[in-house]
Write a protein that binds this ligand. Structure first.
Ligand code: GTP
Length: 815
């Protein structure tokens, strides 16, 4: 009895102690109490033990889930009898009280957060296997408060670590807790072991993540944009934006608004566009052209340079004369007659294939002659010929009159502002009619002297040499009138007439010196090539060391093949020549990149959607001008169905690498005045590459055109050959349905294609299985005869149906 009393007193003391700790709580969480005074956790009763005991009996919430009615019974605190059954319910072994629970324990930190409303938190953290404290029925007034005597025995009541922790918390205010985190007291835990702890961890707080709002407080950089700018052209949008201290996207957007669609890496080369763009962003952009000026070497034309020379330095130079006119009107023959040499016989197809330039010493004085080809394919070369010439000799065959290329030559001469002298050739011929030529010339606004105009005409014959002397005199007279002068003391300048790849010498160019004197060893800049004149030869293949104005010379020592028509100029030394040539080719590369189509527009897309066939070609010719002429002629072949793709066009013989390239690209090689290298012949046979060699340009063009046509799909055409009407239907166990027909038109052949028509509609098409006359198989049945037609797998034949026999022929498509 005394023992029981002792236990009761001890329990009462324990209950009192618990009550005391509970009583502190209202002080700690005063505000929260106001919100929810009847919160379970605020219960002053020592229901702290309830989770452990209530787990023995289902809570009302659990009853609900089990479909049982909720009994509003207070949790019955059971003692020894329930204790034994309650024990297995613990997932975690009850731990003894730990008063010095480390402050950095996660649960500690969580529960001591001052901002967390305690009313929203369960007083005991929910654990698996434990019914949540919040699920317990709210306490009501009639719920009897368990007495101290109802409390479990001391040995049966062992709070979990969480419970003891909670008690610790509740025994302190928030203010009391915080300093505890800063407590230097440390425990060694897993974070220490893994080296994850830093100073902030020691304080018990996690490092804060940088907040976006924090960033906005960052001080913005002030960008000072230039008001004036000097740039080089071309410039990419990206670079221009960086110079202007702008985002490239801003420039792209601005250009887009102007209707120019470009991307960051696209080049801008238009001065006005760039300046307008600068204006939009309040920036004055000027284009720095110093580098371009340096690369251009000089702004002056050859004529301006001559005019700028001292008068005493100038000398009279020979006129440069171009012979132009229609094919076979006798240009080469006339030139031949002048220099008394026979060029004609060595020319393939008896037409001049490429430009020739030479100096002639005549009784009337020296003249430089450009023998420009007369064929239509060389119009571009002719145009260049007209550009460098002082006088054009327009050769018209007196028996034929003005032809298409004569008109073209007139136009080019007029465009170049070059005076024309008309040589009416073939005056030895019986049907020579000079008056007809005068009339035709008058129609072209060239009024001859004979008709009271200014245009000088000479009736001549290359065969009889009649009128040649007179023609030379007239040319000398004309040159005198023109006062053709040059400064032999200045640096040499002129034009490339022709260039070719020589096997031993490498690139060779025929150049016409127009001003100054070209010396052996001079450093020259062509468009993107340079040279140090290694050798120099005149028209008689004589090696020379200097070439004065109006001298055509062949030079070697070139870095590459300059294009015919490009200008050359002598510079200080080879180093400068190399540098300028390299910079120019860089610029050209940029230019080419800019020329490339940027995007596929809708138009292009629609065009490309129709798949075109492609004929790949590799062109090789003896000289640059011929390559160009051949290329231009081929590219003139127009077709919407097939595309001509010239993979490579160069000077030289057809090499092994050309054959290899042709094989890789499925191309055909065309050689014009070119040969196949001996060791490439075997490869051609092995790789079965098609190589065609031509000496006459229009033969090459015609064959390529024919090849293009042959590549196009043939168009099938149905030609009717006969028809027959079905008069009766027979059934055969062996053949099926036999159509008994009468041939009403033409002939029905066994090999013919058939159409079966019913009421004017084609209901079947194909070849017949057999054609019979009586019981015999026959090849054909003519009009007026009866026949039997058996169709394969088609028994749908009726009396009155019509058979139409036709043959298919395949036609070439037009380009
Ligand atoms: N009867 C006669 N025949 C001439 C005369 N001049 C040229 N021929 C002939 O005309 C043909 C063409 O002469 P070319 O000198 O090759 O004519 P071309 O204008 O140079 O021709 P291309 O080189 O193709 O432009 C040749 O057969 C010449 O013999 C002439 O004055 N009288």
């Amino acid at each position: 009895m005394a023992k029981n009393l002792k236990i009761n007193i001890k329990n009462a003391q324990l209950a009192e102690a618990l009550k005391l700790t509970r009583e502190k709580k209202p002080v700690l969480r005063k505000k929260e109490e106001k919100k929810e005074p009847l919160s379970v956790e605020l219960s002053p009763t020592p229901t702290v033990e309830a989770p452990s005991f209530s787990s023995l009996k289902p809570t009302p919430a659990e009853q609900l889930t089990k479909g049982k009615p909720i009994q509003q019974k207070p949790p019955v605190v059971k003692t020894e009898s329930t204790h034994s059954t309650a024990k297995p319910e613990y997932r975690h072994k009850p731990q003894p009280f730990r008063t010095n629970f480390p402050p950095q324990h996660p649960s500690f930190r969580q529960d001591t957060r001052p901002n967390t409303p305690s009313s929203s938190r369960p007083p005991y953290p929910a654990r698996a296997g434990y019914p949540s404290a919040l699920k317990r029925p709210p306490l009501s007034k009639d719920v009897p408060i368990p007495k101290a005597s109802d409390a479990p025995k001391k040995d049966s009541f062992k709070p979990t670590p969480r419970e003891s922790e909670d008690k610790n918390q509740r025994s302190k205010t928030a203010h009391e807790i915080r300093p505890a985190k800063k407590s230097p007291q440390k425990t060694f835990d897993a974070r220490d072991r893994k080296g994850l702890r830093d100073d902030l961890d020691d304080q018990g707080w996690r490092r804060r993540r940088p907040h976006h709002k924090m960033r906005s407080h960052k001080k913005e950089e002030v960008v000072i944009r230039p008001k004036e700018l000097k740039i080089h052209l071309p410039i990419t949008i990206k670079d221009l934006a960086s110079e202007m201290k702008l985002k490239a996207s801003q420039l792209v957007a601005k250009l887009f608004m102007k209707g120019i669609m470009l991307t960051l890496n696209d080049y801008l080369d238009d001065e006005t566009t760039i300046q307008l763009l600068g204006h939009d962003f309040d920036c004055e952009i000027t284009i720095d052209t110093t580098e371009e000026d340096r690369l251009r070497i000089t702004d002056k034309t050859i004529k301006q340079e001559i005019q700028a020379s001292q008068t005493d330095e100038l000398i009279i130079r020979p006129p440069v004369i171009a012979f132009m006119g229609h094919v076979d009107h006798g240009k080469t023959s006339l030139i031949d007659a002048i220099r008394k040499s026979n060029i004609v016989s060595s020319e393939a197809g008896d037409i001049t294939q490429h430009i020739g330039a030479f100096k002639c010493h005549t009784e009337s004085g020296d003249i430089t002659i450009l023998d420009t080809p007369g064929h239509e394919a060389f119009s571009s070369m002719r145009a260049r010929g007209a550009d460098v010439t002082d006088i054009v000799v327009l050769v018209i065959a007196g028996d034929e009159g003005i032809k298409a290329q004569t008109v073209e030559a007139i136009d080019q001469a007029k465009a170049a502002g070059v005076p024309i002298l008309v040589a009416i050739n073939k005056c030895d011929k019986p049907n020579f009619d000079a008056d007809n030529i005068y009339r035709q010339l008058a129609d072209k606004d060239l009024l001859t002297e004979a008709w009271g105009g200014q245009v000088i005409t000479v009736n001549c014959s290359a065969v009889t040499k009649q009128g040649i002397k007179e023609m030379l005199e007239m040319l000398a007279l004309q040159a005198e009138v023109l006062e053709l002068k040059a400064n032999p003391k200045s640096r040499a300048r002129g034009t490339v007439i022709e260039s070719e790849m020589h096997k031993g010498l490498g690139p060779v160019a025929t150049v016409l010196v127009q001003n100054g004197t070209l010396n052996l060893g001079d450093a020259i800049v062509f468009a993107q090539h340079y040279a140090r004149v290694k050798t120099m030869h005149n028209e008689l293949k004589k090696e020379i060391t200097t070439a004065g104005p109006s001298s055509p010379v062949k030079i070697t020592g070139l870095s590459g093949l300059p294009e015919a028509g490009s200008e050359f100029i002598v510079v200080k030394n080879e180093k400068e020549a190399i540098e300028i040539a390299q910079k120019r080719s860089e610029g050209q590369r940029h230019h080419n990149m800019m020329q490339q189509p940027k995007r596929v527009g809708l138009e292009n897309f629609l065009d490309n959607s129709v798949q075109k066939k492609v004929l790949n070609l590799i062109l090789r010719a003896d000289v640059q001008g011929s390559v160009e002429a051949l290329k231009n002629s081929l590219l003139k072949i127009q077709s919407k169905k097939i595309e001509l793709n010239i993979i490579s066009a160069a000077v030289g013989e057809i090499s092994e690498s050309d054959v290899q390239l042709a094989q890789n690209t499925k191309a055909m090689i065309i050689g014009f005045h070119s040969q196949v290298e001996s060791h490439a012949e075997n490869l051609i046979k092995t790789l079965k590459v098609t190589v065609k060699l031509y000496d006459i340009i229009y033969h090459a063009v015609d064959e390529v055109r024919a090849l293009m046509r042959s590549m196009l799909d043939k168009i099938p055409q149905e030609n009717d050959v006969g028809s027959a009407e079905v008069k009766a239907i027979f059934k055969s166990s062996h053949l099926g349905i036999i159509a008994g027909c009468m041939v009403t038109d033409g002939t029905i052949k066994r090999s013919s294609q058939l159409r079966l028509l019913r009421d004017g509609q084609v209901i079947w098409k194909g070849t017949m299985q057999s054609l019979k006359r009586v019981k015999e198989d026959v090849r054909e049945v003519s009009k007026g005869y009866e026949c039997g037609i058996v169709l394969p797998n088609n028994n749908d034949i009726k009396v009155g149906d019509i058979f139409q026999a036709y043959e298919i022929t395949y036609l070439d498509q037009e380009l």
